[in-house]
Design a protein around this ligand. Structure first.
Ligand SMILES: Nc1ncnc2c1ncn2[C@@H]1O[C@H](COP(=O)(O)OP(=O)(O)O)[C@@H](O)[C@H]1O
Ligand SMILES: CC(C)(COP(=O)(O)O)[C@@H](O)C(=O)NCCC(=O)O
Length: 338
């Protein structure tokens, strides 16, 4: 039996609940998601326009990601329509809440989280979304922040014995990230975030990005769907995702992402790693076999355990899960029912 369906034994659907009854089995789905294959998803785009060109997609895609305009049309046009509907509904909800509180609604930013493994293509998804949403008339001002800026500096990670745990929840200054999001959500005129440099593999001293009351803020990072840390009795702490209006988890099989990580490492070897300031400069001269071996070791020691222990368990918290196949194309979508 399809495990997503449980028998209708002595249970009645709740009022207002709209169970999707599997036509052949008469069973009620026990998943909170609607699952769609690529074709079904693509059909949902309706007449939503796609204001991007092939050149835009080439500019926005990450290293090693072969995404093209056809893929963006099939996957991101329906997503654009969905988000447009959600943003509009949320704006109405904010207005209702402000009417109740007798406050000025003041334009609360719509916050979207993008989560997933290292090397799964989160940055491509986040950049495409930023570009698409900024072209809507209602949300011209879209900002994108990556959570790597909230990693502790290498000096601090070394002090805490966490240099081999970069990307694990404990390697981030979560309190600073939560404070940043809470100020953006509260409508502060200017909120600053620290900046990470993948080339030097460290926080850039004295550099900040400034976020000025965006219509939409996209927050991209490995651990953005992590629940709040356990707190002592009598106290409480926010999770990063408490500030999200919508979240996307970019998913692919771990063995496939491992290969993407290795392929990217091979490309970086002849590009970013050749720069003397690159933290990985010592790997620029590796042979193919040595580079594959080294990348595989970094993956197996750091990124794979982080994926299995910390990132994957947060997938079920996302509003939308995009599942990619080995060729990077999105094959399946799961949208959380409201
Ligand atoms: N060692 C590195 N040197 C330079 N750029 C890197 C390095 N590692 C990752 N990047 C770049 O950083 C970005 C984020 O990578 P990552 O966190 O793995 O997320 P994702 O691949 O899911 O977008 C990507 O654009 C990637 O190409
Ligand atoms: C910087 C990262 C932790 C990603 O951070 P994020 O923006 O997702 O918060 C990751 O790209 C990374 O460098 N991981 C450490 C292991 C490695 O070098 O692949």
């Amino acid at each position: 039996m399809d495990p997503r369906y449980r028998p209708r034994v002595g249970t009645r659907p709740r009022i207002g609940h709209n169970p999707r009854v599997a036509p052949t089995t008469g069973l009620i789905p026990s998943t909170p998601y609607v699952e769609l294959d690529r074709q079904a998803w693509t059909r949902l785009s309706g007449s939503t326009p796609l204001p991007l060109t092939d050149a835009d997609v080439q500019r926005l895609r990450g290293l090693g990601d072969p995404i093209d305009l056809a893929e963006v049309d099939a996957v991101y046009r329906p997503m654009s329509r969905l988000l447009n509907l959600y943003v509009e509904a949320t704006t109405n909800l904010h207005e209702a809440s402000s009417t109740f509180l007798r406050e000025d609604s003041g334009g609360t930013p719509y916050v979207i989280g993008v989560a997933g493994s290292v090397a799964v293509g989160k940055s491509t998804t986040a950049r495409l979304l930023r570009e698409l949403m900024a072209r809507w008339p209602q949300t011209p001002h879209v900002e994108l922040v990556t959570t790597d800026g909230f990693l502790f500096s290498n000096a601090e990670l070394a002090r805490r014995g966490l240099m081999d745990r970069k990307g694990f929840p404990e390697s981030y200054d979560r309190r600073a990230l939560v404070a940043f999001l809470s100020k953006v959500k509260a409508g502060h005129a200017e909120v600053r975030a620290p900046v990470y440099d993948h080339v030097t593999y460290d926080i850039v001293p004295n550099e900040r990005v400034v976020v000025r009351r965006p219509d939409v803020l996209i927050v991209e990072g490995l651990n953005v769907l992590q629940p709040a840390r356990p707190t002592p009795v009598g106290s409480s702490e926010f999770a990063v995702s408490d500030f999200f209006d919508f979240s996307i988890y970019v998913d692919a099989r771990a063995s496939v992402v491992r290969q993407w990580y290795i392929d990217r490492f091979l490309s970086l070897r002849s590009t970013a790693f050749t720069r003397p300031e690159s933290y990985f400069h010592k790997y620029a001269g590796l042979t193919d076999d040595e580079a594959v071996e080294r990348a595989g070791r970094i993956w197996d020691a750091i990124n794979a355990p982080n994926l299995v222990q910390n990132i994957l368990p947060t997938r079920s918290r996302a509003t939308l899960v995009l599942t990619k196949g080995a060729n990077h194309a999105v094959e399946r979508m799961r949208l959380r029912r409201l």
